[in-house]
Write a protein that binds this ligand. Structure first.
Ligand code: C2E
Ligand code: CA
Ligand code: CA
Ligand code: CA
Length: 276
C-alpha cells in the first residue's frame, strides 16, 4: 500500500535511495542495451614465451548511446545482482563461440584459444553444461578452443557439483582456468581435485613484483606441481615480463603486450605478428 511504501522509505537514507534508483535505472538500461545490441566483446592478446599470440581473453564492453564505451566495472555488479548476468552471459558465450568458429577458417587463427569469464550465477545454473554445449553446437566452434575462466570463491559454493560440471564439459574438450588466482581461499587439497588446465596469476601480484616476488614465483611452481599451465595477467612492463619469465611463467597477458581491443584490431595484430 501507499502508506507502507511511505513508511519503508524513511528507513532509506537519501544516498541509499539514490543508489537504488541508479541501480534500477542501470538495470533497465542494460535490458535495453541487450535488445539494441549495444554490447560487444573486446579481445586482449595472450602471449607465450616466444612472444607468439596464443589466444585472447574476451572482455565485455558496452557501447552506451550517451555514455560511450563503458567497461564492465561500471555495470557488472548490477548485472549480477539483478540476474541479468544469465541472459548477458549466454550472449557472451554465443558470441565467443561464433568468433572461435570464424577463427577455425584461417590458418593464422585456427589454433588460438578464447578465454571467457563465467560468473557464479551462470555456473550454478542446473543447465549450465547444456547451455555451453548449445552455444558450441549452434556456432560449430571447436570446444578445444574454448577456455572458461572461473574464480576461486565460486568453486566453493558446491565443490562436488562444480567438479561434475567441469568434467562433463572437459570430456567435450572445454578447458578451465582459475582467474585472479591467489586472492581467494583455495586450499591445496581441493585445488588438486578440480579439473583445471590453468592458473591465472592475479594482476595484483604481477604489478607489485618487487614486494610480492615469492607469491608469483610460488604460483608458477604450484601450477607446475599440479600439472597445470600458468598465465600472468596485468603485465604492464618489460621488467615484469622478464621477472615472470625467469620464474618459468609460460604465458602472459597485459597492457605491455596489448590492451583489450575490438575483434578486427586483434585480428590485425595476429596477422602483423606472423609477418614479423
Ligand atoms: P578480469 O577477468 O580479472 O579481467 C582482467 C581485467 O584487467 C580487464 O578489465 C582488463 O582490461 C584489465 N587488464 C588487462 N591487462 C591489464 C594491465 O596490464 N593492467 C591493468 N591495470 N589492467 C589490465 P575489464 O575488461 O574492465 O574487466 C573487468 C572485470 O569484469 C573482469 O576482470 C571480469 O571479472 C569482468 N568481466 C569482463 N567481461 C566479462 C564477461 O563477459 N562476463 C563476466 N561474467 N564478467 C566479465
Ligand atoms: Ca578473467
Ligand atoms: Ca583476472
Ligand atoms: Ca577480477
Amino acid at each position: 500500500s501507499k502508506a507502507a511504501g511511505r513508511n519503508t522509505r524513511r528507513f532509506f537514507d537519501p544516498s541509499m535511495q539514490a543508489r537504488v534508483l541508479e541501480h534500477a535505472e542501470l538495470a533497465n538500461d542494460v535490458r535495453k542495451g541487450m535488445t539494441n545490441k549495444e554490447f560487444v566483446l573486446f579481445f586482449q592478446p595472450q602471449i607465450d614465451t616466444n612472444l607468439n599470440i596464443i589466444g585472447a581473453e574476451a572482455l565485455i564492453r558496452w557501447y552506451h548511446p550517451t555514455r560511450g564505451l563503458v567497461t564492465p566495472g561500471h555495470f557488472i555488479d548490477v548485472v549480477e545482482e539483478t540476474g541479468l548476468i544469465l541472459p548477458l552471459g549466454q550472449w557472451v558465450l554465443d558470441r565467443a563461440c561464433q568468433v572461435i568458429a570464424q577463427w577455425e577458417n584461417a590458418s593464422s587463427t585456427k589454433n588460438l584459444t578464447l578465454s571467457v569469464n563465467i560468473s557464479a550465477r551462470q555456473l550454478m545454473q542446473s543447465d549450465f553444461v547444456e547451455q555451453v554445449m548449445a552455444s558450441l553446437k549452434r556456432s560449430g566452434a571447436n570446444p578445444q578452443r574454448l577456455k572458461l575462466e572461473l574464480t576461486e570463491s565460486m568453486l566453493l559454493n558446491d565443490v562436488q557439483d562444480t567438479i561434475l560440471k567441469m568434467n562433463l564439459l572437459g570430456d567435450q574438450g572445454v578447458s578451465f582456468s582459475l582467474d585472479d588466482f591467489g586472492t581467494g581461499y583455495s586450499s591445496l587439497s581441493y585445488l588438486r581435485q578440480l579439473p583445471l588446465e590453468q592458473l591465472k596469476i592475479d594482476q595484483s601480484f604481477v604489478q607489485d613484483l618487487e614486494n610480492q616476488t615469492t607469491i608469483a614465483q610460488t604460483i608458477v611452481t604450484l601450477a607446475k606441481g599440479l600439472d597445470m599451465s600458468v598465465i600472468a595477467e596485468g603485465v604492464e612492463t618489460e621488467e615484469q615480463y622478464r621477472a615472470l619469465a625467469l620464474y618459468g611463467c609460460e604465458a602472459y597477458q597485459g597492457f605491455y603486450f596489448g590492451r583489450p581491443m575490438p575483434l578486427n584490431d586483434f585480428l590485425a595484430r595476429v596477422e602483423h605478428h606472423l609477418g614479423t
